[in-house]
Design a protein around this ligand. Structure first.
Ligand code: F6R
Length: 246
């Protein structure tokens, strides 16, 4: 991957990874108070969000003028459903900051027209001037947001059917796999790629194979995260467990 500009930061632990990612976000918000952030849910960013909350309390970093766009939302779950991503963001980040909820955007999982909702979401991103800084996790199959393998690099926010693997991976948050929604609204590959800066965090043994593929594999729509190699300003922060594929 000789042409790749992808930066790799290796850290020992998940805590180190969370701190490193939070530092990038906090410094960016301090530099540009009306920053537009791209946010993710899942286990990976939880530690980073805790660091941002701690910093907000200790150092008064303000999010009053920050706008945020989340990557995705389950179809069929209302914002107050305990497994919706809207609920996740409120509980794990927004309610602890001085951010204005009207400046936090998440696709509407209850929209009757997912196509329209996707187009509207893209318009909202453009209206804010575009995403300045995007945080990403990675699925074991290389997915980013809910862009499963095969997602066109040109794709935009749209309805996606979740793979069985992804539903199984996410079943840990539900009572049973039957409760895991079958579809999600997700930012597209191009939506993500348009962010001016991207930070991906990769932690734990379950991500080691994906990390190896990212470092050694081809740039291909079959492995969505490989798009980062084409981005001019992308960084992967990875911990020791995720670096050591067996
Ligand atoms: C979440 C998202 C997903 C996750 C990925 C990894 O908004 O877009 O792509 O980043 O599934 O999930 P975790 O971090 O739970 O391993």
């Amino acid at each position: 991957m000789t042409n790749s500009a992808l930066k790799i930061i290796e850290v020992d632990t998940y805590q180190g990874l969370s701190l490193a990612a939070a530092k990038i976000f906090i410094e960016a918000v301090r530099k540009k108070p009306n920053l537009v952030l791209g946010l993710a849910t899942g286990s990976s960013p939880l530690g980073m969000y805790q660091e941002m909350i701690a910093d907000h309390k200790q150092n008064n970093t303000s999010y009053e003028h920050v706008r945020t766009f989340n990557l995705d939302e389950y179809v069929g779950l209302a914002a107050d459903h305990s497994q919706s991503y809207a609920y996740f963001m409120y509980e794990n980040l927004f309610k602890h900051l001085d951010i204005l909820l009207e400046n936090t955007y998440i696709p509407n999982g209850l929209s009757e027209s997912p196509d329209q909702e996707g187009a509207l979401y893209e318009e909202k991103i453009i209206a804010t001037g575009g995403i300045d800084l995007q945080i990403l996790g990675i699925g074991a199959n290389g997915h980013i947001a809910f862009n499963e393998p095969g997602s066109p690099f040109t794709s935009r926010t749209r309805l996606m059917e979740l793979t069985e693997d992804t539903r199984e991976a996410n079943a840990r948050f539900f009572n049973s796999i039957d409760e895991v929604p079958t579809h999600a609204l997700t930012s597209g590959m191009a939506t993500i790629f348009d962010a001016r800066e991207i930070v991906m965090i990769v932690s734990g043994k379950s991500k080691a194979e994906a990390m190896k593929q990212l470092l050694t594999g081809e740039i291909s729509e079959d492995f969505p995260a490989s798009i980062l190699h084409n981005h001019p300003n992308a960084t992967v922060i990875v911990d020791r467990d995720a670096l050591n594929a067996e």
